[in-house]
Structure formats: structure tokens, C-alpha cells
Write a protein of this length. Structure first.
Length: 167
């Protein structure tokens, strides 16, 4: 198998795992009203709509990093105060539509990138100084972030109405 075919197969596998993680999150919020999606019924201040919004923002930021490094990632100002909240003017359907657009853009973008391309990480206390991440590592990070928040969403949904994603 050629190097290009191996890279394509690897990207196909990574995107399939990411799609599955996104699917769990979308399934978890299925059938909710906007009011339910805004609820914060656990000890945290997380809401289901806020989680959908957050994973979209995170995915977009890391994809900017994959394309152009920390400078491009940081070129869009993050709204940290409202990043985990579903605001009164937002709807769950709208957040899910935005998330679907992000997913499609991610797949198109990654199709044109080399998974081995690496960029230095942004300067932040949670990153090792001078470390770099490859596009592959970025995709794995987005998968982990989406999966972690899908688990949070499952707990919140079960608290709201007893519904579980699995089980």
C-alpha cells in the first residue's frame, strides 16, 4: 500500500471515530426543547446546549491551529464567558446546524492536510514549553474533547429526564 493510501486510510479512520463521538453528543440532545437544553441540573454549570456550542468552538479553534498554527488559532477571539452557555437568542436546532457545518468544514480541511505537519503549541501553562502538535495529534485531541463532553452530556441528560445515550 502506498504512503498516500495509508495516510488516507488513517484519516478515514480518525474521521469515523470523530463522527461517532459527534453522533453520541447529537443523540444525547435529541428531542429536547430549547429550555431543557439550557438547564444546568448538575453541580457544574454545564448545559447540553452549551456543550454542543463548546465542542464546536473547540473543533474550529484546533482546526485553525492545524492549518496555520497558534497564530491562526488565536486570530479569532474566544468568548470564554459564554462559551459553555446556551444564550437566550440561541436555539438547540441552530447550535446543531452550526455544529454540522463545522463537522463538514473539518472533514474538507483535513482532506487537504498532511497528518504529520506540526506546529508549535500556543504559549499556555497547560502546554509544555516549546512543544509542537501534529495535525494527527490535533484530530486525536478533538476526538478526546468531543468524547469527554459527550459523557458530560449523557450525565446531564439523565439528570433532566432519565434518558441515557447508552444502556
Amino acid at each position: 500500500m502506498s504512503t498516500t493510501a495509508i495516510a488516507s486510510s488513517e484519516l478515514t479512520d480518525l474521521l469515523a471515530v470523530l463522527a461517532r463521538a459527534r453522533g453520541f453528543l447529537r443523540h444525547t440532545v435529541r428531542g429536547l426543547t430549547d429550555e431543557q437544553a439550557r438547564l444546568t441540573p448538575t453541580a457544574s454549570q454545564l448545559s447540553l446546549g452549551g456543550l454542543v456550542k463548546h465542542v464546536r468552538t473547540v473543533e474550529e479553534g484546533w482546526l485553525r491551529f492545524a492549518v496555520g498554527g497558534a497564530e491562526l488559532m488565536e486570530s479569532v477571539e474566544a468568548d470564554w464567558e459564554n462559551g459553555f452557555r446556551m444564550l437566550p437568542h440561541e436555539t438547540l436546532d441552530g447550535l446543531l446546524a452550526d455544529y454540522a457545518e463545522t463537522a463538514a468544514a473539518t472533514e474538507r480541511t483535513l482532506a487537504g492536510l498532511d497528518l504529520d505537519t506540526a506546529h508549535p503549541l500556543p504559549v499556555a501553562p497547560w502546554f509544555e514549553a516549546g512543544a509542537s502538535w501534529s495535525v494527527r495529534t490535533v484530530v486525536l485531541h478533538v476526538i478526546a474533547e468531543t468524547s469527554q463532553h459527550s459523557g458530560h452530556a449523557d450525565i446531564i441528560r439523565e439528570t433532566i429526564d432519565g434518558q441515557k445515550t447508552m444502556g
